[in-house]
Design a protein around this ligand. Structure first.
Ligand code: 1GP
Length: 249
């Protein structure tokens, strides 16, 4: 999955991932969202959520999406309960700016042997939650990175990179009023260089995706806007196109 995404980033300049929270709808509805998002050009489906996103509903949602779409399914676990064997890859993430060791290394330790036994691909990722942070900021007890202090986000991103994390996820929180400022994205990408930068939270249209991609995002994540869209395929296509145009600009 990591290789697949790298190739897209190399060829297209930017990749797009659709986030589906398994707790937000029935598996059949999640399949519809995923199928239409893939038709609109999304490159992968990411499954995760901060609360209630595990167990049977996650297993079934992942299994049914896998049976119906051709793109990879990537787990984005909020805790150990966010793991299922019905996926292709897991983001082995640490919420580096959490105040709670459970979200930095505790849940990871509890899930590590399970992951080892399945042999599933995992990608080490620094997860950095910025203002306003949304539910994940609250649940993960994040010391929210201020939007006006890009250098603090860059310092955390470098910390993750020096630890060997190949991905960094700059998160505004699902449903944020606005995407992260381009200055913050740019400052983080500048220090990360070739490491992959994911940006998400509050990206709702092609224009916003273009600004994030131009600023330095390698992967754009959209969740809420796609979950709420009347025409999922059309909105995904607009966001994917916006991201690509932004990267070329
Ligand atoms: C949340 O960054 C993702 O983890 C997506 O955010 O729901 O605002 O698109 P949205």
């Amino acid at each position: 999955v990591e290789e697949y995404l790298s190739e897209i980033i190399q060829k297209e300049g930017v990749a797009h991932v659709t986030l589906i929270d398994p707790a937000s709808q029935k598996p059949e509805e999640a399949v519809r969202l995923a199928t239409e998002a893939v038709a609109g050009g999304t490159n992968a489906i990411m499954l995760g959520g901060s609360t209630d996103a595990g167990g049977q509903i996650l297993d079934l949602t992942a299994k049914m999406i896998k049976e119906n779409v051709s793109v990879p399914i990537i787990l984005f676990p909020g805790s150990t309960s966010g793991f299922t064997t019905q996926a292709d890859c897991v983001l082995f993430m640490s919420l580096l700016n959490s105040r709670d060791p459970h979200y930095i290394v505790g849940n990871q330790m509890l899930g590590a042997l399970t992951l080892y036994k399945t042999g599933m691909e995992s990608i080490p990722m620094a997860y950095l939650v910025c203002e306003p942070g949304g539910t994940v900021g609250w649940v993960g007890d994040a010391k929210l990175l201020p939007r006006a202090k890009p250098e603090l986000a860059a310092a955390y991103a470098l910390t993750g990179k020096y630890y060997g994390m190949r991905y960094t996820y700059l998160e505004a929180g699902s449903g944020a009023d606005s995407p992260l400022p381009p200055e913050m994205i740019g400052t983080v990408k500048h220090v990360l260089k070739d490491s992959v930068l994911i940006v998400g939270g509050g990206i709702r249209d092609g224009k916003a995706a273009a600004i994030c991609a131009k600023a330095g995002a390698d992967i754009i994540v959209t969740g809420t806007a796609i979950e709420k869209a009347d025409d999922v395929k059309a909105l995904t296509a607009e966001i994917v196109m916006g991201a690509k145009m932004g990267k070329k600009a």
